[in-house]
Design a protein around this ligand. Structure first.
Ligand SMILES: Nc1ncnc2c1ncn2[C@@H]1O[C@H](COP(=O)(O)OP(=O)(O)OP(=O)(O)O)[C@@H](O)[C@H]1O
Length: 370
């Protein structure tokens, strides 16, 4: 079972080691034969922080998590947890000595133990606060009073909540969540994300969530590390990685993006196939502009009631993906170029001619890597 627990029931005060990061990963590399799963990865987390590691399948997210938990040995670099080195080449603290809890993809509860026994699994039987801590953790994940149930009497979402309560119960300094919501349906996932975020925060846990789901990473984390091909491409707050991606690849992976060519530029404005666009201070060598679909405004062409602003462009609507609360509209621009606009619940129809323009500043990025 992919689960490690500590028997300690008190998290050590962080004040005594104020200088130490809760997690410090420095230049960590890990190879499997010819495959470089991790390539000089460096990350730091403060105590109580929630980091999401976001990247496509095969980018090395799970390997990073397994190296932190102690399930894999690193080839080079260093991992320290709460100021204590747990992995260096030649030094490998086993998982049970790292005080790290892992919440796997599917709860993997012990089927023959009750909910309360599952939650108390990592707590010493002699701990006189054991029952109180079990009850506290079940309350924390919204399952107060369900301790006597057996795992098969719970829904998938409830089982994941028990898995989280079990991970939190021994107060591990670090909780690692390995795509814990991937097996759940969409509406349950949204609720559970919010509750897990709150439970971790209330318990003061430092946590790392591995996910390929950008909405999950952006909505839950204090900071997001975007990975590709074993490397960390960008680390920042959700607003930073979405609003100021470092390159075209990050821009397209973290949310939808129209990457439009930069035609000419003045100090703060560029001309693009989507009209005039205000740009944020750019990155050297920028050739493209990241326009988020929600920045693209549309109005019926030649509508006297809503004249398009100067610098707008003419476009034809080619497809409309209706989502209820909003819609994603694909536009054909001059020269056969396409762009996407996110509208409200009343989008234009396929075949309509519209005026399109971009509102708000955009990020200019190097265009080479897509
Ligand atoms: N035990 C292993 N033996 C050989 N190759 C491995 C092993 N574990 C991982 N890899 C390879 O290392 C790379 C990174 O894999 P990893 O599982 O960390 O990616 P991931 O981002 O978590 O992907 P996913 O989202 O699909 O789980 C992949 O190319 C994978 O095939």
């Amino acid at each position: 079972m992919n689960l490690t627990m500590t028997t300690s029931t008190t998290r050590k005060p962080t004040q005594a080691r104020a200088a130490a990061h809760a997690v410090e990963i420095v230049g960590v590399s890990k190879r499997f034969g010819d495959v470089t799963a991790l390539d000089e990865v460096s990350l730091q987390l403060d105590s109580g922080e929630f980091l999401a590691v976001l990247g496509p399948s095969g980018c090395g997210k799970t390997t990073l998590l397994r190296c932190m938990a102690g399930f894999e040995r690193i080839d080079s670099g260093r991992i320290a947890l709460d100021g204590r080195a747990v992995a260096l080449p030649g030094i490998h603290l086993p998982p049970h000595r790292r005080q790290v809890a892992v919440v796997p993809q599917e709860g993997a509860l012990f089927p023959h133990l009750s909910v309360a026994e599952n939650v108390g699994f990592g707590l010493s039987r002699r701990d006189r606060h054991r029952s109180a801590r079990i009850a506290e953790c079940l309350e924390l994940v919204g399952l107060g009073g369900l301790g006597a149930r057996m795992p098969h009497e719970l829904s998938g979402g409830q089982q994941q909540r028990v898995a989280l309560a079990r991970a939190l119960a021994p107060r591990p300094p670090l909780v690692l969540l390995d795509e814990p919501f991937s097996a759940l349906d969409a509406s349950l996932r949204v609720d559970l994300r919010r509750d897990v975020r709150r439970a971790l925060h209330e318990d003061g846990a430092t946590a790392i969530l591995v996910t390929h789901d950008q909405a999950e990473a952006l909505s839950m984390a204090d900071r997001v590390a975007v990975m590709r091909d074993g490397r960390v491409r960008q680390v920042g707050t959700p607003e930073e990685v979405y609003g100021t991606p470092v390159d075209a690849w990050v821009a397209s992976f973290v949310g939808e993006a129209d990457l439009v060519d930069l035609v000419d530029e003045t100090a703060t404005e560029v001309r693009t196939p989507l009209g005039r666009v205000e740009v944020l201070p750019g990155v050297p060598g920028a050739t493209r502009v990241v326009v988020r679909p929600e920045q693209v405004q549309l109005a019926p062409a030649d509508d006297p009631a809503r004249p398009a602003p100067e610098g707008s462009v003419r476009a034809r609507v080619t497809t409309v993906d209706f989502h209820g609360h909003d819609a994603l509209v694909t536009l054909e621009l001059a020269g056969g170029l396409t762009a996407q606009a996110r509208t409200g619940a009343f989008p234009p129809a396929v075949g309509d001619t519209v005026d399109a323009w971009v509102e708000g500043p955009c990020r200019a990025v190097p265009g080479a890597e897509t």
